[in-house]
Design a binder for this molecule. Structure first.
Ligand code: NBP
Length: 472
């Protein structure tokens, strides 16, 4: 019977939870998974629910009401193309395919063109929030034609997280805009996580125990730093390893993995000539963390202070709070500047206020201060940099002294704080009306006759100096 409202292909962790979420909102959902035993056990595990398990793609497609709405939730890359290719002969023009995985936005643009040419409708939707978000309400970033979004809106709005009565989903823009914004969301997530890790490293050097850190992070989560990542960090510090009875955080090897969205964000930033130094530092910190053997060897050869801090712990907590918050503002300022730049370049008509608003719930970077970011862009949609919104200017002015002190204290003690430092470097560069690029221009003119502008002549007028010859 062709009467399911929605169909989903790919019953791994995200797919299963999204299906249960959609079904719980009153929709009948058809499901298909390449390994059909997964479909069988999933449907069997949820008796009484409006689920239709299909053994073949043909059966799956036939079970859907027209126009068919098919969401693909498989591993990004080749598997998405493979699923689309097998769907094409089975679907009818006007049917809607939604790719809900973490696809690279350029792949989404290619698929948008490919499927559009065949008469299908395509949505590339970033879905954030992991397993729990998918089940209880994710933040969803859909891109594609506005008319297709209108058809999908009732389902997406019903399953998304809700903050202040607003669903955490909005039509981001055409083509690959949704997956693009999801990619930058992930880059910002990398930055947030690394900044928290640097705060932890400083506290560890000052002798804080995991139990003390659980308290610090719990307190922070009741204040202006309130966020999902601060909250889960407090729970991580409180967790005890059943094998040893000691805090689990002390038992976990210090080598981090990554799946690629951080790297994609950096590559896109370079292409757009936008500085995202905090996210760069976060990605590079993961790379350095993975070089465990080299680090262990280098620790026996390269000298530095013993990474120990002493002093008033309560004062340190306050200073690190300020350094963390200031760096976090920078990270979001950079990520949003990149989104704005790309949005202009692609003519996507992005609304940064709406984007910040849908990140307030459901996703990994949800945080209280996203309310303030939303307000900043709603009151000035053409804001050139988040740091210049009065609310954030005031915060940065208030935090900057402690931010500097934390970085200098850590640096003098040999504690690496690459993302804190990169953030402060951006702040200081951005607020410098004069940078040493005059010398840089002189060097470029010296060896390459690249010419330069003068401070005492109109902009655009170029000059060249006949520099002395260098022998040898
Ligand atoms: P995975 O990314 O682990 O993918 C597993 C699913 O892909 C299984 O259903 C598998 O079927 C299917 N699949 C593969 Br692999 N190759 C296939 C092919 N050639 N044809 C058909 N199906 C194929 O699942 P996930 O962790 O649920 O993530 C799904 C998407 O959501 C990914 O793009 C991911 O990056 C994104 N995402 C994940 C999270 C998260 O927290 N996990 C959060 C946000 C977004 P099988 O059972 O037959 O192997």
């Amino acid at each position: 019977m062709s009467n399911s409202d929605f169909g989903l292909i790919g019953l791994a962790v995200m797919g299963q939870n999204l299906v249960l979420n959609v079904e719980s909102r009153g929709f009948q959902v058809s499901v298909y998974n390449r390994t059909t035993a997964v479909t069988d056990s999933f449907v069997a595990a949820h008796p009484g629910k409006k689920l239709v398990g299909a053994q073949s793609l043909e059966e799956f497609v036939q079970s859907l009401a027209s126009p068919r709405k098919v969401m693909i939730m498989v591993k990004a890359g080749g598997p998405v193309d493979a699923v689309i290719e097998s769907l094409i002969p089975l679907l009818a023009p006007g049917d809607i395919i939604i790719d809900g995985g973490n696809s690279l936005y350029t792949d989404t643009e290619r698929r948008d063109q490919w499927l559009g040419d065949l008469g299908f409708r395509f949505i590339g939707a970033g879905v954030s929030g992991g397993e729990e978000g998918a089940r209880k309400g994710p933040s969803i970033m859909p891109g594609g034609p506005a008319s297709t979004w209108d058809v999908m809106k009732p389902i997406f709005e019903s399953i998304a997280a809700v903050v202040d009565g607003e669903p955490c989903v909005t039509h981001i823009g055409p083509g690959g805009a949704g997956h693009y914004v999801k990619m930058i969301h992930n880059g910002i997530e990398y930055g947030d996580m690394q900044l928290i890790c640097e705060a932890y490293n400083i506290f560890k050097a000052a002798g804080f125990t995991p139990a003390e850190l659980a308290k610090v992070f719990t307190d922070w989560n009741q204040g202006d730093l309130e966020s999902y990542l601060i909250q889960i960090t407090s729970k991580i510090f409180a967790e005890i390893d059943p094998l040893t009875g000691e805090p689990i955080v002390d038992k976990i090897l210090d080598t981090a993995g990554q799946k690629g969205t951080g790297k994609w964000t950096i590559m896109n930033a370079v292409e757009n000539a936008v500085v995202i130094s905090t996210i760069n530092a976060a990605v590079e910190a993961r790379i350095l963390s993975s070089m465990k053997d080299q680090r262990v060897h280098a620790a026996t050869l390269l000298e530095g202070p013993p990474a120990q801090l002493s002093g008033d712990k309560a004062l340190l907590v306050q200073k690190v709070h300020d350094a963390l918050f200031a760096s976090k503002i920078i990270s979001y300022a950079q990520g949003l500047a990149l989104i704005a730049s790309m949005g202009q370049e692609k003519n996507w008509g992005l609304d940064l206020g709406k984007i910040a608003a849908i990140w307030r719930g459901g996703c990994i970077i949800r945080a209280r201060f996203l309310n303030d970011i939303t307000d900043a862009y709603r009151s000035d949609p053409s804001l050139s940099n988040l740091m210049l919104a009065p609310f954030f200017t005031n915060l940065l002015n208030q935090f900057q002294q402690n931010w500097r002190e934390v970085i200098s204290t850590a640096t003098l003690a040999g504690i690496p704080v690459p993302a804190f430092s990169a953030s402060l470097g951006y702040y200081d560069s951005y607020r410098s009306s004069v940078l040493p690029a005059n010398l840089l221009q002189a060097q470029r003119d010296f060896f390459g006759a690249h010419t330069y502008e003068r401070i005492d002549k109109p902009r655009g007028e170029m000059f060249h100096t006949d520099w002395p010859e260098v022998i040898g």
